[in-house]
Design a protein around this ligand. Structure first.
Ligand code: RTP
Ligand code: MG
Length: 137
């Protein structure tokens, strides 16, 4: 089943020079392709929309601040079961719980600075793609 998902390489990944490493892992999966990609420092209003479900949680403010702290890479990836697939490549939210071989398991230690975001459902993917790539059909 072909799907689309919205992926963010967070500011820690960009600062640490891991764009190529992470994009390479995504790009090398059979049938997956990148159909949009942009390097941009995300502004507060974009992040408030993106993280609306977390508003009011204790980690929300520091998360938005971190996400605005430098450029991120936003991508749309298309292909076979890509929504679940990118989340599997990323590993669990807490990098210490993430197995080696996953992106978070290989490169992360801090929960907030966990390198990558990927949509968690088809509904989230549609909503998030509109936020980052409003021109996309
Ligand atoms: P994401 O949305 O970024 O793909 O990550 P996720 O589904 O694995 O995690 P989610 O629960 O949606 O949380 C969004 C992001 O908030 C940061 N976070 N910090 N306790 C904390 O300090 C905490 N909990 C979550 C992480 O950056 C997480 O990816
Ligand atoms: Mg999430």
């Amino acid at each position: 089943m072909s799907q689309r998902t919205l992926v963010l390489l967070k500011p820690d990944a960009v600062r640490r020079g891991l764009i190529g490493e992470i994009v390479g892992r995504i790009e090398s999966k059979a049938d997956w392709r990148i159909t949009a990609m942009e390097l941009r420092t995300l502004d507060r209003s974009t992040l408030e929309q993106h993280y609306a479900e977390h508003q009011g949680r204790p980690f929300y403010e520091p998360l938005v601040e971190f996400m605005a702290s430098g450029p991120s890479v936003a991508l749309v990836v298309e292909g076979e079961r890509v929504i679940e697939g990118v989340r599997t490549l990323a590993g669990p939210t807490d990098p210490i719980q993430a197995a080696p071989g996953t992106i978070r398991g290989d490169y992360g230690t801090i929960v907030r600075e966990n390198l990558i975001h990927a949509s968690d459902s088809a509904e989230s993917a549609e909503r998030e793609m509109k936020i980052f790539f409003p021109g996309l059909v």
